[in-house]
Design a protein around this ligand. Structure first.
Ligand SMILES: [Zn+2]
Length: 206
């Protein structure tokens, strides 16, 4: 009972703090001068305008999306067919079937993704929220320096984040053999690796 009372008091104090914050904020903005509000609004508009991908950038994104869509279709069929090979052990086969499901979902997701040409975090080609929404944030400094195939790989990587592949371990030709030993189906970059380097069966021939 005492514990419950403490909890309730704690909750009320927390709510008090929250509402205190809520009542302070409008007071602050009311005290802001009209000139400051104008320049703040203008700066926000400029930031938003800069984040809109220009036509040349949209073209590169569209080319990458088309390659990613086509590749996801081809890779999902290869994963599905390989999952039926009786010469492979059951673990490998069930992982290949999971990969097929991720790719099936990703292929559907790719045409629905929307793009903002402004990075949310530095040092990433692109970012998106796992599972929720369709927004992808593109890093201008990195993404547009990639080849079409690398951009397509990045697009597929992001789309798999919507489809159960939430692990962000980066895969390249040096790390692939080591990383394919574990359960790789939830690692987004494996799908980008397949797109850029060709399909292989993890734990069997890669
Ligand atoms: Zn990622």
């Amino acid at each position: 009972m005492k514990r419950t009372q403490k909890l309730i008091i704690g909750l009320l104090l927390t709510l008090g703090n929250l509402s205190a914050k809520a009542t302070r904020a409008p007071a602050e903005s009311a005290s802001m001068s009209y000139q400051s509000a104008m320049s703040l609004a203008r700066a926000n508009d400029e930031r938003r305008a800069k984040a809109v991908c220009n036509p040349r950038e949209m073209h590169a994104i569209s080319v990458a999306s088309q390659i990613a869509y086509r590749s996801a279709g081809q890779l999902k069929m290869k994963a599905l067919n390989a999952s039926k090979l009786t010469s492979l052990n059951q673990t490998i086969r069930s992982r290949l079937f999971s990969a097929y499901q991720v790719l099936e979902c990703s292929q559907n997701m790719i045409p629905r993704l929307t793009y903002t040409c402004h990075e949310r975090m530095p040092h990433a080609y692109a970012q998106t929220f796992p599972y929720f929404g369709t927004q992808v944030w593109i890093s201008r400094d990195f993404f547009f320096k990639l080849t079409d195939m690398q951009r397509a790989g990045t697009t597929l990587h992001e789309s798999t984040h919507k489809c159960g592949a939430y692990n962000d371990t980066l895969i390249n030709t040096q790390t692939v053999a080591r990383n394919f030993k574990g359960n790789w189906t939830g690692v987004a970059d494996f799908y980008a690796y397949w797109l850029e380097n060709g399909f292989c069966i993890p734990g069997h021939n890669c």
